[in-house]
Design a protein around this ligand. Structure first.
Ligand SMILES: Cc1ncc(COP(=O)(O)O)c(C=O)c1O
Length: 395
């Protein structure tokens, strides 16, 4: 007799829909020959050498064992020093930081540490695909707040206020934003702070993975800078994007000890400790890599301008992205859906980009273009985009 697996698999897991990117990537993976990919969410740079060397040296020195559960104290201290230098905010490395397996683990730990079944979690969309899934896996109820291009994709205080109920446990917001490239300034955050002060029980998870990739201000703002919110901000951060370290799988969560302790408990049982070698790399990144980060930021910024100009030439409207390495133009003028646009662009022009609805329903009518790619590829793709849009509009 065969097993009814539907009956076996957790309902929470079954409820999470497959990613809207999937069908599109199925098409891409079948294609033979050269395809320009502006679809990926990771830096095209190789990790700066001094960071790699720190990992190699740790191996030569025999650091091949588990680290303490929340990470080596040296790596936690380096992260606290970095946060102090960057935001002027003090975290105690002993109790207020945990080193995780990428920012991804931080998102999951927060969900599992905070959510009781039925708790509502406000998710600011469009956003990184994992936010909703981590909440649903933990039996929480995602409540979406949409951001809009006319507001530069910033979270509007009145929209947040409207979504809050007595079941709201926490809010997840990520700036600089994947997929829109939007950033929030300290003045924007101050408006959110005012809403939060009216709701003293609500926690905020601020995903700041792209914090170093801000082209408006090389020292961008963070909600953690408001001392009156300090006891309820969970900062999820990491090294993947800003330091080109996706493969190292290293990130961290900083926050009040009362929220970090339960996360350490989950991490202790499920992960044990973040990769030891990567922790040595993280120390070097947090301490000595500012110049390398500036170099990469300048290069992204250069590409960003080329993308903005390319979109303009192609006749696609796009709000100006100031962070991360994505542009999120509207393709509504072509009359195609996001998926149709991406699929046809891929098949007809051999350029891969991502449908905007993969990042939330309000992303329909938009596409995400990553500029974590070579200038040569970006320029060629922009030329092909122009041709493609002209052909579509001609019918
Ligand atoms: C906004 C955002 N947060 C978190 C992550 C997870 O990053 P990692 O687990 O590599 O640190 C990503 C990855 O794409 C992201 O875009």
């Amino acid at each position: 007799m065969s097993i009814d697996y539907n009956d076996k698999i957790s309902k929470a897991v079954q409820q999470v829909p497959p990613s809207a990117i999937r069908r599109f990537f199925d098409v891409a993976s079948e294609m033979k020959g050269h395809v320009i990919s502006l679809s990926i969410g990771e830096p095209d740079f190789v990790t700066p050498w001094s960071i790699r060397e720190a990992g190699i040296n740790s191996l030569i020195d025999g650091y091949t064992h588990y680290s303490p559960n929340s990470g080596y104290s040296d790596s936690r201290e380096a992260i606290c020093d970095y946060l102090k230098r960057r935001y002027g905010v003090s975290y105690d490395y002993k109790h207020e930081v945990i080193i995780t397996v990428g920012g991804s683990e931080g998102l999951d730990l927060a969900a599992r540490a905070l959510i009781n079944p039925g708790d509502e979690v406000i998710i600011v969309e469009p956003c990184f695909v994992a936010y909703k899934a981590t909440v649903m896996f933990a039996h929480g109820v995602p409540v979406v707040v949409e951001t809009k291009p006319e507001n530069n994709y910033k979270l509007m205080p009145e929209d947040l206020e409207e979504a809050i109920t007595d079941k709201t446990k926490y809010i997840i917001m990520g700036y600089p934003n994947n997929p829109t490239g939007a950033v929030m300034t300290l003045e924007d955050y101050a408006k959110i702070r005012d809403v939060l002060l009216k709701h003293p029980d609500i926690i905020v998870l601020s995903d700041e993975l792209y914090c170093e990739l801000n082209y408006l201000d090389s020292r961008p703002a963070s909600l953690c800078q408001f001392s009156e919110l300090r006891d309820r901000i969970i900062m999820v951060n990491g090294f993947s994007k800003s330091y080109a370290m996706t493969g190292f799988r290293i990130g961290y969560v900083a926050g009040p000890s009362e929220l970090i302790a339960p996360m350490v408990k989950i991490h202790q049982y499920c992960i044990m400790s973040a990769p030891s070698t990567a922790q040595f790399c993280a120390i070097e990144a947090a301490t000595n890599a500012d110049a390398e980060v500036s170099r990469m930021r300048e290069e992204y910024n250069h590409r960003r301008r080329v993308i903005i100009k390319g979109l303009e030439d192609a006749g696609l409207s796009c709000f100006t992205p100031y962070g991360a390495f994505y542009a999120f133009p509207s393709i509504k003028s072509t009359g195609l859906s996001s998926e149709e646009f991406c699929e046809r662009f891929l098949l007809e022009k051999r350029v891969a980009i991502v449908p905007g609805n993969a990042f939330g329903a309000c992303g329909e009518g938009f596409v995400r273009i990553s500029y974590a790619a070579s200038m040569e590829d970006i320029k060629e793709a922009m030329q092909l985009l122009k041709e493609f849009v002209e052909e579509i509009k001609k019918g």
